[in-house]
Ligand binder design. Structure first.
Ligand SMILES: NC(=O)c1ccc[n+]([C@@H]2O[C@H](COP(=O)([O-])OP(=O)(O)OC[C@H]3O[C@@H](n4cnc5c(N)ncnc54)[C@H](OP(=O)(O)O)[C@@H]3O)[C@@H](O)[C@H]2O)c1
Length: 344
């Protein structure tokens, strides 16, 4: 078993990491790290457990450590899954990478750094080559690898099979679940019976991250994809599952059937414990996908698409995926599995 730790283990995403990793066939959690508010406490006392499955017994008594490399001085940890706030991640993740750890991060801090891979394994596994560039340029033994923002992952996975038609421009309107804001993110009074048409920094991420992910890696750097994105992001009273309405203009206008076939033909090229057998599920019913009915497809790792239609400018459809699994922890764990499998 490969020993792993969780940075930000007490938070909403950190708990999902613990849920997924505690049953993982390759990884064993040996260290839990968080802020000085939690350090020194037993995990069960430091966290307010919010997950539907019980807190694993073997972790209840584990002492939470302060998130700094010295805390892992006597530890065999190789991979750290990071779920700390982006402003803290900026320095903390670098310190751990410098100290020789592989950091698989959910935080936004380093996603757009030129030498940090921003990866969805089904889309741009070849960008893992940036790790060698990163180690060479930074002189680190460890590394930082990132997964995209939760709404970016859902959309970008569905764009990959459509790149063959030459995307020129796309518009996207998101309907994002409240779990994406973390436990303390949004008071119930603000979101019940309501829609909030603003999510801080989300539109900027939706408009930039897909272009890096869908860009070309030439062995040294990534040349970003050459199309434009306009995003409008909204919070809706759904617990888990981001729904996205997407309108695309193409260079070569495909038919609705071409697009459906491209989704159906999209096969996984990797076989690891967290990779879903079907990355993109095309729904047959007119009123799907829906978060409550479809977010757990492929153990939360499948993105479902439906309502593929043509319009005056091109094609429009709906995509939906589990934001804390496919959009966060499942994405990081899948990235780490691919690193292990490909011995990066
Ligand atoms: N929620 C999502 O769906 C989602 C999706 C993708 C990415 N993300 C990203 O994942 C990260 C965590 O999000 P979240 O929703 O889990 O937030 P959260 O519930 O607020 O949890 C934050 C975690 O970070 C720790 N932390 C805070 N300040 C720290 C410090 N100075 N040093 C070390 N640890 C510190 C906290 O520890 P204490 O308990 O000790 O304070 C806690 O474990 C963020 O970067 C977020 O943008 C979230």
């Amino acid at each position: 078993m490969i020993k792993v730790g969780v940075l930000g283990a007490t938070g909403a995403v950190g708990q999902r990491f613990i849920q997924l990793l505690s049953k993982h066939p390759w990884f064993e959690i040996t260290d839990l790290l968080a802020s000085s508010r939690s350090a020194g406490k037993k995990y069960r006392d430091a966290t307010r457990w919010l997950i539907e499955t019980p807190l694993p017994e073997n972790l209840q008594e584990m002492e939470v450590k302060l998130a700094e490399p010295i805390s892992l001085k006597n530890s065999d940890v190789e991979i750290l899954f990071s779920a700390i706030p982006a402003d803290i991640a900026k320095n903390t993740e670098v310190e751990f990478a410098e100290a020789g750890f592989t950091v698989a991060s959910n935080a936004a801090a380093h996603r757009m750094d030129a030498d940090v891979p921003l990866v969805i394994p089904e889309v741009n596994r070849d960008h893992l080559g940036l790790i060698e560039v990163q180690r060479r340029k930074k002189g680190w033994d460890g590394c930082i690898i990132t997964n995209p923002n939760c709404s970016t992952i859902v959309m970008t996975l569905t764009l990959k099979p459509l790149m063959q038609f030459g995307i020129k421009h796309l518009n996207v309107a998101t309907m994002q679940a409240i779990s994406g804001a973390g436990y303390t993110g949004l008071p119930a009074m603000a979101i019940l019976d309501n829609v909030v048409p603003y999510i801080g920094k989300e539109e900027e991420k939706m408009e930039s991250e897909p272009l890096k992910i869908l860009g070309e890696f030439d062995g040294d750097s990534v040349k970003t994809a050459n199309f434009t994105i306009s995003a409008s992001c909204h919070r809706v009273p759904v617990i888990d599952g981001h729904t996205e309405a997407i309108w695309i203009e193409f260079g070569e206008q495909p038919s609705v059937d071409d697009v459906k076939l491209a989704f159906r033909d999209f096969k996984r090229e990797i076989d690891t414990p967290t990779s879903p057998a079907i990355p993109i599920q095309l729904m047959k019913e007119d009123d799907r996908p829906q978060p409550r009915l479809d977010r757990d497809l492929g153990d939360g790792m499948t993105v479902s698409v439906g309502r593929v239609r043509s319009d005056v400018h091109g094609i429009k459809y709906i995509a939906m995926g589990h934001n804390t699994i496919r959009g966060a922890v499942g994405a990081s764990v899948l990235n780490a599995e691919v690193l292990v499998k490909e011995k990066v």
